[in-house]
Design a protein around this ligand. Structure first.
Ligand SMILES: O=C(O)c1cc(=O)[nH]c(=O)n1[C@@H]1O[C@H](COP(=O)(O)O)[C@@H](O)[C@H]1O
Length: 237
């Protein structure tokens, strides 16, 4: 699995997605989320794999253990490189997800990496306290979910850059810290609450960054992608 910036393909159709990707002349790490997957289904993942891209299938499963385990068994056959669930589903749900994924992985194929969403990067501490009634800091809540995910046997978590360092300390370097909420200096935050630049992400211990609108809404997506990739790889601003 590559560790180049993961481009969030938040598009409504295969046509728009492929049109967007056509201008890139290299194999990328891309993310298919619910917007695109719910329109196109598994065929979009087959197509992206055929084109040579690594695929993070971001469906954020969150249900009872049996349902998530069975869904993961089917998802494993689609051939994505990484999938995810919500850590809030609990340890038993995460374990069922891993078991389902293992059972569904075809002979000769690698089991996709599986990571757990902690607190969404669109959630602020204030919102977490008033809406989820969690009387801790947001960092403590994210770390709690990360440790639970590690205990359950997950390969890593989705978190914001602000929590990456503390998770690295507790869960180690190899535990994946996939961080969305990436913005360039002066860029719009949109609906994201916990944001950081690619260079700060690198310094903070993110293992992967997820970037959507900063690239897809750019007047020159290829140039912006390579700027972000360079900042990410060099770790400077
Ligand atoms: O699991 C995710 O990928 C995810 C988790 C999270 O906490 N926050 C978050 O923004 N994401 C995804 O990351 C992408 C971020 O997109 P931009 O805000 O446009 O860069 C979107 O596709 C989100 O669905």
């Amino acid at each position: 699995m590559k560790n180049s910036p993961i481009i969030a393909l938040d598009f409504p159709s295969e046509e728009e997605t492929i049109g967007f990707l056509n201008v890139f002349n290299e194999s990328l790490f891309v993310k298919v989320g619910m917007e695109l997957y719910l329109q196109e289904g598994p065929s979009i993942v087959y197509k992206l794999k055929e084109l040579g891209h690594d695929v993070f299938l971001d469906l954020k499963l969150h249900d009872i253990p049996n349902t998530v385990g069975s869904a993961m068994r089917g998802l494993a056959r689609i051939g994505a490189d990484m999938v995810n669930v919500h850590a809030a589903g609990g340890e038993a749900m995460m374990q069922a997800a891993i078991e389902g994924l293992e059972a569904g992985t075809l002979a000769g194929q690698k089991r996709p990496k599986i990571i757990a969403v902690t607190q969404l990067t669109s959630t602020s501490e204030e919102q977490m306290k008033t809406e989820q009634l969690i009387e801790r800091t947001l960092k403590e809540s994210v770390l709690n979910y990360a440790e639970l995910a590690k205990t359950a046997g997950m390969d890593g978590v989705v978190c914001s850059v602000q929590e990456a360092a503390v998770i690295r300390e507790s869960c180690g370097d190899a535990f994946l810290k996939v961080t969305p909420g990436i913005r360039l200096d002066g860029g719009k935050n949109h609906d994201q609450q916990r944001v950081a630049t690619p260079a700060v992400a690198r310094k903070s211990g993110s293992t992967h960054i997820v970037v959507g609108r900063a690239i897809t809404n750019s007047a020159d997506p290829v140039a912006t992608y390579f700027d972000i990739k360079n900042w990410w790889e060099a770790g400077f601003e």
